[in-house]
Write a protein that binds this ligand. Structure first.
Ligand SMILES: NC(=O)c1ccc[n+]([C@@H]2O[C@H](COP(=O)([O-])OP(=O)(O)OC[C@H]3O[C@@H](n4cnc5c(N)ncnc54)[C@H](O)[C@@H]3O)[C@@H](O)[C@H]2O)c1
Length: 277
């Protein structure tokens, strides 16, 4: 492969992917609105760009085979703040991919496309969207955008609905929802190397005993997760305060995103391990 474009390259997950992606193509073009957290690799070029600006995004796609689109505001904010990076940004990525003949987009979708469903029902990939926030709605928009560009323009895409990707599971919810960094890399690698993906949706989740989703959508790319959050269960329960069974955040796939007011960040309520790793 000649060239891969990575958006969100300065982000937590982008940093986990850069080395692997650089090894998969002659050139890795890494882009973000923020500077990279570490030196560019030998065959990596960094370009600072705002996803919301088509004239900054379009030139990056020239000569690219595939785009790994991970850039976004990763939190709940008022709609007006999400619109540029998370909605228009997705349009800019797909439309400029089309203009430059890019074959495939790998997209970091999220469980928040279905955050309002109860966790007692394992959710398949083809359930109607039920977003919990503007953040989740932008992911729904982008999944539909990807489907439309496949149906109308023949651009393939893989939408990885990441649940919680951290260095280790940090709370009881994550014993079901965790995606390890190794399994993230495997998902992205197989999304790139599988010869035909068409329009694919799958869950970004490890091989957790308590996984609350049906991830059969990931079988056709040969995803075989190697991590299991259960290995951390004893440690997690030892530190977990008693849960309130009436708390909607405990019961819904979206966790605190399901109960927070629209436009308000729930991040303060969340324990995110590895934030400072
Ligand atoms: N980490 C998780 O558990 C998780 C769960 C579900 C989905 N995701 C998705 O995975 C992707 C990466 O998440 P992350 O955890 O690395 O988050 P992150 O916030 O660390 O990374 C996102 C990156 O996007 C960049 N960005 C924001 N606005 C931009 C703009 N206007 N133009 C260009 N770049 C911009 C940020 O600077 C940041 O570097 C996101 O799309 C996120 O929605 C992550």
């Amino acid at each position: 492969m000649k060239k891969i474009v990575l958006t969100g390259a300065a982000g937590k997950l982008g940093e986990e992917l850069r080395g692997m992606l650089a090894g998969m193509a002659d050139e890795l073009l890494s882009t973000d609105i923020e500077p990279l957290g570490s030196e560019a690799l030998e065959n990596e070029t960094y370009v600072q760009a705002d996803l919301a600006e088509m004239d900054q995004i379009k030139p990056l796609m020239e000569g690219a085979d595939m785009v790994v689109h991970f850039g976004a505001i990763v939190d709940e904010r008022p709609f007006e703040e999400m619109l540029g990076p998370n909605f228009v940004g997705s349009y800019n990525v797909w439309q400029s991919a089309k203009l430059h003949g890019v074959k495939r987009v790998i997209y970091a979708s999220s469980i928040h496309i279905a955050g309002m469903y109860k966790k007692t029902n394992p959710i398949p990939v083809d359930l109607p969207h039920r977003p919990d926030t503007w953040y989740g709605l932008a992911k729904c928009f982008t999944e539909d955008l990807g489907r439309m560009y496949w149906d109308k323009e023949g651009i393939e895409s893989v939408h990885i609905r990441i649940y919680s990707c951290t260095s280790k599971p940090g709370n009881a919810r994550a014993l079901g929802s965790w995606l390890s960094f190794d399994d993230l890399r495997q998902l992205v690698q197989k999304s790139i190397t599988t010869p035909v993906v068409g329009f694919s949706v799958l869950y970004g989740i490890s091989n957790n005993d308590r996984a609350p989703v049906d991830n059969s959508g990931a079988l056709h790319i040969g995803y075989k997760p190697t991590s299991n959050a259960e290995d951390f269960a004893e440690e997690v329960f030892a530190n977990e305060p008693p849960a309130d069974p009436q708390d909607g955040a405990q019961m819904c796939h979206g966790g605190p995103f399901a109960t927070i007011e629209l436009g308000v960040s729930p991040m303060g309520q969340m324990v995110i391990p590895g934030k400072d790793d």
